[in-house]
Ligand binder design. Sequence first.
Ligand code: SF4
Length: 177
Amino acid sequence: MPLPHAAPLPPRRTIRSLYVHVPFCQTICGYCDFYSQVLDRGSVTPLVDSLLRELDLHTEQYDLQLDTIFVGGGTPTVLPPADLLRLLSRIRELAAPGCEFTVEANPATVTPQIADALAAGGVNRVSIGAQSFDRNELRVLERACGCARKSGSISPRASTHSKSAWLLCRMQQTRST
Ligand code: SF4
């Protein structure tokens, strides 16, 4: 008796965009509503392992051809450089040609080693959460005080990469009225 034909598998859905959330920060800013905790170094490896496992599951389930990738949080650049690079290197394997690969960064956490990890991980856009260039305002915001100029440490390593900076305009408007 001939075997019944198996039903053809449905085509896998193509996914073009990916957001990865890193739920750790150096400190928690008073105004922030995003989900994040103060960095617990003991949780970093399990977090990255879990994210990579989840990526593998999605790779099996979907056809990932990513045109845009955004790794945000939280503060991805608070991760130790080796762990950040481990995460970014796997993600970049899923990028389509010309993909915009962004990582969100707090200038207080961008060391030369982190900048190297961003460049080696294939990141071509860094979203710098400066929020303010005024140290007093940063203190009011209860924000880890890293002068926004520190973000210049990215430039020599990623001179062809684009950068964007977030400023809390509402706060500045409030002060000017
Ligand atoms: S660094 Fe960003 S994500 Fe972290 S607590 Fe401050 S505003 Fe929220």
